[in-house]
Design a protein around this ligand. Structure first.
Ligand code: NAD
Length: 434
C-alpha cells in the first residue's frame, strides 16, 4: 500500500535523487551534518489554534518548515513568526490567497508532507489533493465528512503510496493503550460491548463575538449527526480490532432537539442579530449504536451543547473476563484478579501492560497537549514517513471512523433508519491482525 519509500529508499532518495541538488540552493538543508538524513520538510495548511500547536510540536521534533498556508493573514503571520523564531530567523513562504491557495503550496518540490489544521469541512479535499501531489499527510480529525470523501482518502492513499495519518491523539492516552494491550493479551477474554462518547460543551467555539458562525457553528447548522466521532470511537475501534479481524457493519442514530443551542443563542446575542434566525440541524445530544461483523455493539454518544462542567471523551469496554470504564476514574475489574465487586485503578497493572511507547518516552511526552497524545501523533507520523509507511492510523481507519458523521446524519434525518457502514478495507479486515 505504501509503495513509495522504505527507510533505505528514503536515505537514498534524499542523498541522491536530485533532491540534494535542489536542496543545496535552499537554506533549509544548509547546516545538517552529512551523516544524518536530511530533516523532513513539512508545511501546514490551516494555522489556527490546532495547526499552530502541531507546528510547534513538529518544530520541536526537528522538521524544517518551508511553507505555511492560511486564509487568515494574522494566523499565517503568527505561524511564520513562530517558525522563523525556531529556525534562526528563516521565514517560511506564506500562502494566503484564498481557500484553494494551498494547491499552489502543494506544487513546491521542497515539501515532504503537510499537516492539515483547517476546519473539518476542508480536511478530505486537502488531504486527497496533497497525496496526489506527492505529499504525505497528517490530517486533523475528523478525516472526512461524506462517504465519497472517505473513499477518496482510501483511494488516494492506495494509489499514491503516500503516508496518510489521522491525528487522533486519544488513541495515545496511556490508559487506553494499556487496555489495548490487555485485550490483545487476553485479559478481557472475548470483548462484547464498548461505550464511548464525546461530551463537552463547545458552544462558545461555534460563534464569533458578532454572532457569525465559525466552522464549528456551520457544522451544527448543517449536520444532524455525530460530527466529532473519532476521539471516542478511535480508541474503542482499536480495542475491538476494527479493520483488523472485525469491522463495523451498521449503525442507527437518535437525536434530541437543539434546545441548548437555541437557549445559548437567545441569551448571548441581540434579538435583531441574524444568528437568531439560524435553524440548527445539529442536536444537543446524539446517540449511535454500531454493530460489528463479529456481533459486538458500540454505544457512541456525542454532545457538544448540553451545559455541564468540562468533560470530554470517555471510553468503556466489556469483556467476558474484565470490564474497564474511564468515567469511574480509569477503573478496571478483572474476574479472579480484582477483589469481588471492587473496581481498581488500571495503574495497578501498569508494570505489566503499559505500552512501551509510554515506558520509553514518558519524559518527552510530558506536558504535550491532550495528555501527551499530541507528542505521539507527531512522532509516529514522522517515523512512519521515514520508515516508508504505513502509519498507525491510516486512510482505511480514518474513513471508517469518520463515516459515522454522514451515516449518523442520514439515519437521523430518515427517522433513525439503520445504515450500512461500507467496508473501507475492501475485504482485508478479516485476515488483518490487530
Ligand atoms: N485532535 C484534537 O484534539 C483537536 C482539538 C481541537 C481541534 N481539532 C481539529 O483541528 C481542526 C482545526 O481546529 P481549530 O480549533 O484549530 O480551528 P481554528 O478555526 O482555530 O483554525 C482553523 C484555521 O484554518 C484556516 N483555514 C480554513 N480554511 C482554510 C483553507 N482552505 N486554506 C487554508 N487555511 C484555512 C482558518 O483561517 C483558521 O486559521 C478542526 O478540524 C478540529 O476538528 C482537533
Amino acid at each position: 500500500m505504501h509503495a513509495t519509500l522504505n527507510r533505505r529508499d528514503f536515505l537514498q532518495t534524499t542523498a541522491a535523487a536530485g533532491l540534494a541538488g535542489a536542496m543545496a540552493a535552499s537554506a533549509w538543508a544548509q547546516e545538517k551534518p552529512k551523516s544524518e538524513p536530511a530533516p523532513l520538510r513539512l508545511g501546514v495548511v490551516g494555522t489556527g489554534s490546532r495547526g499552530t500547536y502541531l507546528l510547534t510540536l513538529a518544530l520541536q521534533a526537528g522538521v524544517e518548515i518551508p511553507a505555511l498556508c492560511d486564509i487568515k493573514q494574522p494566523h499565517l503571520d503568527r505561524a511564520i513568526e513562530l517558525a522563523a523564531k525556531a529556525r534562526d530567523g528563516r521565514k517560511p513562504a506564506g500562502y494566503s490567497q484564498g481557500p484553494k491557495d494551498y494547491q499552489r503550496m502543494l506544487q513546491r518540490d521542497d515539501l515532504d508532507a503537510i499537516i492539515i489544521g483547517t476546519g473539518m469541512q476542508e480536511h478530505a479535499a486537502i488531504a486527497i489533493d496533497a497525496m496526489r501531489a506527492g505529499k504525505h499527510v497528517l490530517s486533523e480529525v475528523s478525516g472526512a465528512m461524506t462517504l465519497d470523501e472517505c473513499w477518496g482518502l482510501v483511494r488516494a492513499e492506495k494509489e499514491t503510496g503516500k503516508c496518510y495519518m489521522l491525528s487522533e491523539n486519544c488513541s495515545y492516552w496511556p490508559d487506553l493503550m494499556m487496555v489495548r494491550r490487555m485485550v490483545q493479551q487476553g485479559v478481557f477474554g472475548e470483548t462484547t460491548y464498548a461505550e464511548c462518547g464525546y461530551v463537552h460543551d463547545c458552544r462558545t467555539l461555534e460563534f464569533e463575538p458578532d454572532g457569525t458562525l465559525t466552522w464549528r457553528g456551520e457544522m451544527v447548522r448543517d449536520w444532524a449527526g455525530n460530527c466529532y466521532p473519532t476521539h471516542s470511537l478511535g480508541p474503542v475501534a482499536q480495542w475491538l480490532g476494527i479493520n483488523r479481524g472485525d469491522r463495523m457493519v451498521s449503525l442507527v442514530s437518535m437525536a434530541t432537539g437543539s434546545a441548548a443551542h437555541a437557549d445559548y443563542v437567545k441569551r448571548n446575542f441581540p434579538k435583531d442579530n441574524p444568528v437568531q434566525q439560524v435553524k440548527f440541524k445539529g442536536a444537543d445530544s446524539v446517540s449511535t449504536l454500531i454493530k460489528t461483523a463479529r456481533g459486538k455493539v458500540i454505544d457512541l454518544r456525542y454532545d457538544i451543547a448540553s451545559t455541564r462542567p468540562a468533560f470530554g471523551p470517555y471510553h468503556a469496554l466489556q469483556g467476558v473476563k474484565a470490564s474497564y470504564d474511564t468515567r469511574l476514574g480509569k477503573k478496571i475489574w478483572i474476574e479472579g484478579s480484582s477483589k469481588p465487586n471492587e473496581w481498581e485503578p488500571i495503574e495497578n497493572y501498569a508494570e505489566k501492560y503499559e505500552d512501551p511507547l509510554w515506558t520509553q518516552l514518558r519524559e518527552q511526552a510530558k506536558g504535550a497537549g491532550h495528555g501527551g497524545g499530541d507528542f505521539f501523533v507527531i512522532r509516529q507520523f514522522l517515523e512512519a514517513i521515514r520508515a516508508g509507511g504505513p502509519t498507525p492510523i491510516g486512510a482505511v481507519d480514518s474513513a471508517a471512523w469518520s463515516s459515522i458523521l454522514p451515516l449518523s446524519h442520514k439515519s437521523i434525518v430518515e427517522g433513525s433508519t439503520v445504515q450500512e457502514i461500507p467496508d473501507f478495507s475492501e475485504g482485508k479486515w478479516e485476515a488483518a491482525k490487530a
